[in-house]
Design a protein around this ligand. Sequence first.
Ligand code: 5GP
Length: 197
Amino acid sequence: MTRGILFVVSGPAGTGKGTICESLLETENVFLSVSSTTRDMRKNEVAGKTYNYISVEEFESLIAEDEMLEYAVYNGNYYGTPRQTVEKELEAGRNVILEIEAQGAMKVKAKFPEAVLIFVTPPSIKELRKRLVERGRETEEQIEERIQTAKWELGQACKYAHILVNDDLDACVAEVAEIFRKTTDERNHIEDLLKEI
Ligand code: 5GP
């Protein structure tokens, strides 16, 4: 069985990476990993679907038991990818998407150099701020914090294999789907070549 491909989608808060990943699930046969977090659940979020909401103690024991494929502290909360679920999907030959921030993405890149990293950017910082205000999830102070975090995150973008601009959601989703298809074709081709040797 050919191992699935691990895709990582990152980008500053408000770039629409969550919506992009959700849309991809409608057309692509891909598994979207559900992360664990210690942050509070927001309105409209669903436990077990948006995140697994756990305590700091639970999170730290999962780290100690090596149950996190990667994790990071973002704006004072832990976020992490459950290792076993992702490994099981990859082993079963299914492609997996991790929608995670850049510190975690760099850890994934170090552990799995074959992972495909995609960085989604907003068309402008003005537009990013507007989207953050419109979605109404954060206070004004938190929005400023997220913009400052975006400065560091944008500095990591050059380490990603693909950098996309999300100025049109459908076009951006199509672009990511194309990256999925192209990567799958490329990897299959290499496997076919190796079988011939
Ligand atoms: P939010 O609190 O807005 O849902 O997420 C904050 C940031 O954490 C986002 O950039 C999101 O992509 C990232 N994130 C979500 N899950 C994970 C994870 O498992 N690991 C890491 N490193 N970041 C995550």
